[in-house]
Write a protein that binds this ligand. Structure first.
Ligand code: SF4
Length: 358
């Protein structure tokens, strides 16, 4: 079969319009058997072909709701398609049109590192219950670890609810892998600074003393998203100078000083809703991935929408319309996401808890 597979290079000379027509023909042929999910950070042409557009939380919910489709094409990055695979029915097949589209932040916490850290922290506080929480942006094995240890997955939309859920069940939270979402959530919950510890996986004992671990209510993993840590306080100051009446909204993956300098912060869907609700003539300066901002600006000519700075996720950008067509032309033969059963079962526990906690 592999000899007959088509590759993206087979389509290099075909104009974009023709590629899009061919994808639409597949959609027409497969009807409800095919579901195309598109993340907000995808290229505009991919978004236009998606049945649903959303953030990672909304799209994984969609994947769990469409039992009638046979094939789910996830235009996003690897951890998102993995989560869709775990939440989908066993007979459904999930594909990532470009398998090279990963997430550097998700790669910052590996299972051996997390297990080692867990042992150290648990040993330091033997009489406390620690609840592990992982951000959606993590490997399936980290989600499974959280499921096995009584924890859950959270997204930027429900991080505070997830933290509250955990504090009803234990004294401490160990949060992976995004330091900034964890810190901004802790700040919003008025957790004192000295009760937040940062675990550095490259250092002995995470670079923490036993006392620091004992004092901490939240231990944060030292990971981050380069797209959101790119923003500087100076970007906010410059935006305010240029647009004195603007509203500055940023994603909570940004460092705390950016979140504090902004007028508000929230998940991707929060940002989209804020734009949709804005009064005509308003100016909104947004600190998140550039593809989403550019699309919002196109969709809302009645507003002035400005990026805080231009920050693109190269992994989200990897998926092209040619990748989507290759995937559809070879459906079932390429780019399928497989999660081992034992990992999927534990990860599903943690994801199901996430879907329950709002
Ligand atoms: S925007 Fe950041 S967290 Fe999202 S996929 Fe890209 S690198 Fe990962």
């Amino acid at each position: 079969m592999s000899g007959t597979l088509k590759k993206a290079s087979n389509y290099i000379d075909i104009p974009d319009e023709e590629i899009i027509e061919k994808i639409k023909e597949h959609k027409e042929r497969l009807k409800e058997k095919l579901l195309i999910l598109g993340h907000h950070y995808q290229r505009l042409e991919n978004v236009k072909l998606a049945d649903y557009l959303g953030d990672s939380y909304e799209l994984s919910k969609r994947a769990s709701e469409h039992a009638e489709c046979d094939f789910i094409l996830f235009c996003g990055v690897h951890f998102m398609a993995e989560s869709a695979r775990i939440l989908a029915q066993a007979n459904q097949r999930v594909f990532l049109p470009n398998m090279a589209a990963g997430c550097p932040m998700a790669d910052m916490a590996s299972l051996p590192e997390v297990e080692e850290a867990w042992d150290v922290v648990s040993t330091a506080v033997p009489n406390e219950t620690i609840i592990p929480i992982t951000y959606m942006n993590s490997d399936a094995r980290i989600k499974a670890f959280c499921g096995r240890h009584g924890g859950l997955v959270c997204t930027s939309s429900n991080a505070q609810s997830a933290f509250k859920w955990a504090f009803e069940r234990g004294q401490k939270i160990f949060f992976f892998p995004d330091e900034h979402l964890g810190r901004n959530t802790a700040n919003a919950m008025s957790i004192p600074r000295d009760a937040i510890a940062l675990w550095d996986p490259k250092e002995e004992m995470g670079c923490l003393s036993k006392q620091e671990i004992e004092r901490a209510r939240i231990v944060l993993w030292s990971g981050s998203c380069h797209v959101h840590t790119f923003f500087q306080k100076e970007h906010v100051e410059l935006a305010r100078k240029q647009y004195p009446d603007c509203t500055v909204v940023v994603h909570p993956e940004c460092p705390e000083q950016i979140v504090k300098a902004a007028d508000c912060n929230g998940s991707t869907s929060y940002i989209v809703k804020l734009v949709e609700a804005a009064a005509p003539g308003s100016t909104i300066v947004i600190g998140t991935e550039i593809n989403l901002i550019q699309r919002l600006a196109l969709d809302h000519p009645e507003l002035t929408i400005v990026p805080l700075a231009r920050s693109l996720c190269p992994n989200m950008y990897k998926t092209s319309i040619r990748d989507i067509l290759v995937c559809l032309d070879n459906l079932g033969e390429v780019d399928e996401i497989i999660v081992p059963d034992e990992v999927a079962a534990d990860a599903k526990l943690a994801l199901d808890r996430m879907l329950m906690v709002q």
